[in-house]
Ligand binder design. Structure first.
Ligand code: HEC
Length: 107
């Protein structure tokens, strides 16, 4: 195999990987926007009214920041406080992706 073909194949693999990764990100984002944003806010900060009515904590809250991905996935699956359980409404992948997107706001 000559060098330029090898280079083209390697570049194609990198592009495919980057594409797959950005798809995973946008999948979480799309789920978050339709299923989570109404309570948690566009960037993880609930509106004051929602925070008061539902007890939703902002991602800047120390208790949320110090939580783990596994705990958040479990809370989203099984419900927490006034948050409904999502395990019958979303797939495990959708829950994991939307939690990953939610966690990106804590950074
Ligand atoms: C009906 C409003 C509502 C919706 C919709 C909702 N949540 Fe929640 N969420 C809450 C409330 C209320 C809590 C509990 C806050 C508490 O008791 O500390 C919570 C807690 C959480 C927590 C735990 C972190 C914390 O605040 O302590 C995570 C993670 C979370 N939600 C993610 C999600 C994701 C992901 C979705 C979408 C799949 C979602 N939520 C949809 C209301 C909602």
């Amino acid at each position: 195999m000559n060098k330029s073909i090898r280079f083209i194949l390697a570049s194609a693999a990198v592009f495919m990987l980057a594409g797959a990764m950005s798809f995973a990100q946008s999948a979480g984002e799309a789920t978050y926007k339709t299923k989570c944003q109404s309570c948690h806010g566009a960037a993880g900060i609930p509106s004051p009214a929602m925070a008061k009515a539902m007890g939703v904590k902002p991602v800047t809250d120390p208790a949320v920041k110090s939580s783990t991905a596994a705990k958040m996935i479990a809370s989203t699956k099984n419900g927490m406080g006034k948050m409904p359980a999502f395990k019958d409404k979303l797939t495990d992948a959708q829950i994991t992706d939307s939690v990953t997107y939610f966690r990106s706001f804590t950074k």
